[in-house]
Design a protein around this ligand. Structure first.
Ligand code: ARG
Ligand code: ZN
Length: 852
């Protein structure tokens, strides 16, 4: 049924749909292999459609069996293709009725209506609704849905408010017009963890978190996070919830993190279920952020949605930005900012540097699922942050108020979004818009000179050309700058410079002495900054910068520089860097989380990106060896204090997943990593044995496995947790990520033979293969075994689950960086996968782009 030559869809081809859909009535009769869906859909001419009303109507529909169709009661025999149907229509309004049959039990793609452990569940974003019934499945077609679900299940859910609840039948009405991608249905034997929230205007909202029996004990944290999110959106954005009910459902088989369906969010169980015994500190933090993210979509995504999928960043960039603000408020703002930058550099910069580079708002695609990327999400959020930096906080919230009033109920565009800012601030954002239209990470270099009482900073920006943007033009770069005098006092508080030209100078006069410039404070723009500060100046900022991000950044630069010298020149670890982190980590006036962040080493992947950036071919084994040598040198440098810092940061109170305790644990565990290099794993084993929470148990296990002393504990862990799916994912992943590079592929292969391995569950598949591709030296081991193993499994998974397969293909996106032998090996695997008969549109597009 699949098209031989996939179609490319262009932003510039957008036209409104000829009709509006005034109401949608759906009736589901559930059956694993033969679910019947009856629909009654009222169409009317769309006043916004300027062309002549067409004589035929196209409705999307894929992998569904048409039983009957009628228009205004008259039976039809429409033309069917693999993508939908076409039928004749007369002018004016009309009612479409149809009945179709679908097979949820055989839906392994997890898109549309599918089954997971006996429960029915949907995923419709981006284009999954067309696998449920015939419909104009595009986000600018918004309608009011009434849904009846019939089936022998205790819980039958859909969007909105319940109207009828009977035995084996439930009817739901969602008063808010929505696009089909926000439709959801859930049916199964589920239990609810319930609570309620009273909104700022006094509306009572019932809250339920539905889970499989047995998971009731993992709901409390998610529920608290939901309530905190609802309150925060009222306090900070003035946004109130708009239904009587808010439901969340946890499902084990899910392609991504979670989905913001109106009033019925569906979550990957890994993104919502949490308990101290089974979740790490990072799990808790991620769950809190994802719950907030999906909840915040109710306004940024649902009440105001996207006109077309090219506008995806309109809802995702803004919602990621909002959830990062939330996390900053709930936890530590500097820690959140630094973690986000680490993530951006690790994933988005690599994407921008390679063949998958695309603008935050792409201009063409074949499969939209391939554009749920770090660029759309994370760089999309950076663009919002820059806008806020440029206009200031007050103007930002004023513009957001205007956005919500002006566009409530709309399917909007980036042009609408920017116009709101232009109208409310009087600024011209034409040049700023390049952040949405140009791919690539700008390189920003700065030179400084001082004469008499004047400091001059001269900036130059240049974005490397890419296939997506062959001729990049200068962008508007907000550069937050501060100045620090030699005595450590502040010469200038943070000021935002607005760079608009390719080269531009800024002068600071009336200075008493030559200051050290602190540039790009808070990482005020997603650029690669080159600033030829001396090591002494960096050390000065490390000690005195009032901007927490830049203090961290200077330490990071020293670590990076030392590691690069070790990799490319065989240098020894830099003693100044070791002394610097020793000082910071021992400084008890700083909070533990900050001290731990200072100890964090750039990842192998980040170092590879930096080397490639500098025109050097990254050698995976050398990068791995340098980090190992640095870790050894750190263990020596900290030999005098590691045990004390470890002890001082032991948490003796009952486990709480809060930032304070987590900060102490992460610092203590950084010490434990050093101790484990010197004590044969004795302390790690002791921590493992005494741990009463997953964080401490798992860290200890990982250290033991990394030290080659983990076999016995691995077995014990498996025995203890064999019935917990999410914990077993950790057990699978850790063995791969802690394997020696030469063993990584063999370890992954061995784990695929474990009886609990299954490639149809995305979490389990990613536990093994996500860990393999993130193991830089293991994935790129010179044998090429990991390339072959991954390709074999991608070929196996593609016919079952194209989305998860295509996503994993990005492991090959950096292939052109490496030496010719590795390039040839990766290219051979890419070519082999592409030659597979009937390869999905998703995977075909990804690999074709990657191949370049
Ligand atoms: N809108 C969801 C979120 O970010 C993600 C949906 C991802 N869909 C996809 N086809 N990849 O909250
Ligand atoms: Zn989202």
């Amino acid at each position: 049924m699949r098209d031989a030559a996939p179609k490319t869809i262009f932003l510039s081809d957008y036209t409104p749909y000829p009709w509006t859909v005034d109401s949608v009535d759906l009736h589901f009769t559930l059956d694993p292999h033969a679910t019947r869906v009856r629909s009654v859909i009222r169409f009317a001419p769309n006043p916004a459609f300027t062309g002549e009303t067409p004589k035929t109507m196209f409705l999307h529909g894929e992998q569904i069996k048409l039983i009957s169709a009628q228009i205004d009661g008259a039976a039809l025999d429409p033309d069917l293709t693999g993508e939908g149907l076409t039928c004749a229509v007369l002018g004016g309004s009309f009612t479409w009725e149809s009945e179709v049959e679908i097979d949820p039990a055989n839906n392994t793609a997890l898109e549309g209506l599918y089954m997971s452990n006996g429960m029915y569940c949907t995923q419709c974003e981006a284009e999954g609704f067309r696998k449920i019934t015939f419909y104009p499945d595009r986000p600018d077609v918004m309608s009011v849905f009434t849904v009846t679900v019939e089936g022998p299940h205790p819980v039958l859910l859909s969007n909105g408010n319940p109207v009828v609840t009977e035995n084996h039948l439930a009817k739901w009405h969602d008063p808010w017009p929505k696009p089909a991608y926000l439709f959801a249905l859930v049916a199964g034997d589920l239990v609810a963890h319930s609570d309620s929230f009273t909104t700022m205007s006094g509306r009572h909202v019932d809250l339920n978190l539905y889970v499989r029996p047995g998971d009731e004990g993992k709901c409390a944290f998610g529920m608290q996070a939901l309530k905190a999110s609802m309150k925060w959106d009222e306090d900070v954005y003035g946004r109130e919830y708009d239904l009587d009910l808010f439901n969340i459902v946890a499902v084990d088989d899910f392609n991504m993190g979670a989905m913001e369906n109106k009033g019925l969010n569906i979550f990957n169980s890994s993104a919502v279920l949490a308990s101290p015994e089974t979740s790490t500190d990072l799990n808790f933090e991620r769950i809190e952020a994802i719950i907030a993210h999906e909840y915040f979509h109710n306004w940024t995504g649902n009440r105001i949605t996207c006109r077309d999928w090219f506008q995806l960043c309109l809802k995702e960039g803004l919602t990621v930005y909002r959830d990062s603000q939330f996390t900053s408020d709930m936890r530590s703002a500097p820690v959140k900012r630094i973690s986000d930058v680490i993530d951006l550099r690790g994933r988005q910069f690599a994407e921008d540097q390679g063949p998958l580079a695309h603008p935050v708002r792409p201009e063409s695609f074949q499969e939209i699922n391939n554009f749920y990327t770090a660029t759309v999400y994370e760089k999309g959020a950076e663009v919002i942050g820059m806008l806020k930096t440029l206009v200031g906080d007050e103007a930002y919230y004023k513009a957001l108020d205007l956005y919500f009033t002006r566009h409530d109920g709309d399917a909007a565009t980036i042009e609408d979004w920017l116009k709101v800012f232009e109208d409310s601030t009087g600024r011209d954002l034409a040049q700023f818009k390049r952040w949405y239209s140009q791919a690539g990470t700008p390189r920003l270099s700065v030179a400084h000179s001082f004469e008499l009482d004047t400091l001059t900073l001269t900036f130059t920006q240049q974005t490397p050309p890419s296939a997506a943007t062959p001729n990049p033009l200068p962008q508007v770069i907000p550069i937050a700058v501060g100045l620090i005098y030699p005595d450590g006092t502040e010469a200038l508080e943070t000021r935002v410079l607005e760079m608009t030209k390719a080269t531009q100078s800024f002068r600071f006069t009336g200075l008493e002495d030559e200051p050290v410039p602190s540039i790009l404070r808070g990482f005020s723009a997603p650029v690669v900054l080159t600033h030829d500060l001396s090591d002494a100046d960096r050390a000065h900022l490390l000690a005195h910068d009032t901007d927490p991000f830049n203090r961290w950044e200077q330490g990071r630069m020293l670590a990076r520089k030392s590691l690069l010298a070790m990799i490319t020149e065989g240098a020894d670890p830099d003693p100044a860097y070791l002394a610097g982190i020793h000082k910071v980590a021992s400084d008890t006036t700083l909070d533990p989380a900050t001290r731990a962040l200072m100890l964090d080493m750039p990842s192998e992947a980040e170092l590879a990106t930096v080397l490639h950036e500098a025109g050097t071919t990254p050698a995976p084994a050398a990068i791995y060896a340098a980090r190992e040598a640095m870790a050894e040198a750190r263990a020596d440098a900290f030999a005098d204090v590691a045990a004390d810092i470890y002890a001082a940061n032991t948490v003796n109170e009952a486990y709480q997943p809060n930032a304070d305790q987590a900060g102490r644990r992460v610092l203590g565990n950084a010490m434990l990593a050093m101790i484990t290099r010197r004590d044969d794993g004795a302390q790690a084993a002791a921590q493992y044995d005494s741990a009463d929470n997953m964080n401490q148990q798992l860290v200890a296990l990982a250290l033991l496995v990394g030290a080659g002393k983990g076999d016995e504990k691995l077995q014990a862990f498996e025995k203890q947790w064999q019935d917990d799916r999410l914990v077993m994912d950790k057990w699978f992943g850790l063995q791969v990520s802690k394997a020696k590079p030469e063993d990584a592929a063999a370890t992954a292969r061995r784990l695929t033979e474990h009886p609990a391995f299954t490639h149809t569950n995305p979490n389990r598949f990613r536990a093994v293969f996500g860990a393999l591709v993130m193991h830089h030296a293991g994935f790129h081991h010179v044998s090429g075994d990991a390339y072959t193993l991954l390709a074999d499994w991608l070929i196996t998974l593609d016919p079952l689950n194209p989305q998860t397969t295509a996503r994993m293909c990005s492991a090959f996106q950096t292939w052109k960086r490496y030496d010719s032998d590795r390039q040839a090996k990766m290219l051979a695997e890419i070519t082999r996968i592409l030659a597979t008969p009937n390869l999905s549109r998703d995977t075909t597009e990804m690999l074709t782009r990657i191949k370049g």
